[in-house]
Design a protein around this ligand. Structure first.
Ligand code: SF4
Length: 437
């Protein structure tokens, strides 16, 4: 085989390996006449070295980036650094993921040549067939020769079973995505926007194939990526415990006596109203995790309603009590600084955090970030008052609270500034559903 026509250089950062692995999983099953190679750039310098080497021999080099909105600004600086180290006319930098999907023009203005919009698997396969030429391929935004932005629309969303959830050929494994999309519509969340407001589940047979492959390679731990773990197999807001049991039993059998299955713990979570004794006992029966993560988000029913969470504070307390009674360590996700939150709401959240901590739960604290693509993209950045910070600090000193909520305050401010620079027609940051409460 001669020199490659196309070299894909992955900007391979630990934080986002999963998104790149699923692309590799799709690629390894794809038949194409294009001669291509894949390289992993684990640092900016290594990425630049790959670009330099590849651009001298291949017709085209596509550098693939994936990142979340809070990282967009830092990575734009890194992109400039890499371009200064290595650049050529046959090199194009392509950014994919939820940020590029929500803010394609901002992504192009920040320095990327191409923004991938929507789910990346079909788009990447078409790009490989076209030896990296983006012209007319669905799922992209780029500038034409006149500088005008060309948008080719979103690619079709495909069943999860069509693509592998990790890569055998490049030996890259990760938690397995069992569900994509979400029927809930929490106003702060990018998932329904990115992947649609319905669930697509990987079938049990397909999940089992992945688990069998993992075991063959000596991997022992099976973890899942899902927006809401107990929604597996469901098309509604209710859990489908028969489907969950079939999944867990098959995974446990597949990974064997030395393996472990984790469900409802990192990197996924459970909605509070889905927690039941029956569900917890299923987890206990088939899984190795002694902890579960419950999404609470606020201690104020008013804020939960405004965020369209679809559950109240009582469900959170009930879930934590049940979890503790069934012997689980409970981590509870909470977001401070939600839009329209007033002092009563903050007090209610702190009260709930203390009450849950007294029951033995740990609070995973976040600061509200106005994420692109969400209904609250134009909301003010989450801010946390000094008194709240002292209270949160006290909980954290007790070991009852953890998380990157401080760093997220800075991210939130930067996202709000970016949103202001790219206003949406008809949107105003003063129009908030709970601002008058
Ligand atoms: S926060 Fe969770 S439940 Fe709500 S929309 Fe996002 S993924 Fe779905």
């Amino acid at each position: 085989m001669g020199a490659p026509e196309l070299v894909l250089v992955l900007r391979y950062r630990k934080a986002v390996t999963y998104g790149l692995h699923v692309l590799l999983g799709a690629l390894e099953q794809h038949e194409t006449s294009t001669r291509y190679e894949v390289r992993f750039g684990e640092t900016p310098e290594a990425t630049a070295a790959h670009i330099r080497a590849a651009s001298a021999s291949a017709a085209r080099v596509l550098v693939l980036w994936s990142f979340y909105s809070p990282d967009a600004e830092a990575l734009a600086r890194e992109l400039a650094q890499i371009r200064a180290l290595a650049d050529a006319p046959n090199v194009a930098h392509l950014a994919g993921g939820v940020h590029a999907t929500a803010e394609p023009v901002q992504t192009l203005d920040a320095g990327w040549d191409i923004a991938a919009v929507g789910e990346g698997e079909p788009t990447l396969l078409s790009l490989v067939d076209a030896v990296g030429d983006p012209t007319g391929i669905p799922g992209l935004a780029y500038r034409d020769a006149t500088g005008a932005v060309v948008r080719t629309g979103r690619p079709q969303r495909r069943p999860l079973d069509e693509f592998r959830g990790f890569s055998l050929r490049w030996d890259r494994f990760n938690a397995l995505e069992i569900t994509r999309g979400c029927v809930f519509s929490c106003r702060f969340c990018q998932t329904p926007f990115m992947f649609s407001a319905r669930f697509r589940h990987r079938s049990v047979a397909n999940v089992r194939w992945h688990v069998d492959e993992m075991r063959r390679r000596g991997l022992r731990d099976v973890r899942f990526i899902t927006p809401t773990a107990l929604s597996y197999g469901s098309q509604t807001d209710e859990p489908n415990l028969d489907a969950v049991e079939e999944l867990l039993a098959s995974c446990k059998e597949g990974i064997g006596p030395d393996g472990r299955v984790f469900f409802g713990s990192f990197p996924s979570e459970i909605r509070p109203e889905h927690v039941s004794r029956e569900a917890l006992r299923l987890v206990r029966k088939h899984c190795a995790n002694n902890n579960i993560i419950v999404g609470a988000q606020s201690g104020s029913d008013r804020v939960l309603d405004a965020a369209k969470r679809g559950h109240g504070v009582e469900e959170v307390k009930r879930a934590v009590r049940l979890g503790v009674e069934e012997g689980f360590r409970i981590n509870v996700d909470m977001i401070f600084g939600m839009p329209g939150e007033n002092q009563d709401d903050v007090d209610a959240s702190l009260r709930l955090a203390r009450e849950l901590a007294d029951l033995g739960a740990r609070i995973h604290a976040h600061t509200f970030m106005p994420l692109p693509g969400t209904p609250w993209r134009d909301a003010p950045p989450g801010d946390v008052a000094p008194e709240t910070i002292s209270e949160v600090d006290r909980l954290s000193q007790r070991g009852a609270l953890y998380g990157h909520w401080q760093k997220q305050r800075d991210h939130a401010a930067r996202l709000a500034a970016a949103a202001e620079a790219y206003p949406r027609p008809g949107r105003s940051r003063t129009i908030l559903p709970v601002a008058d409460g």
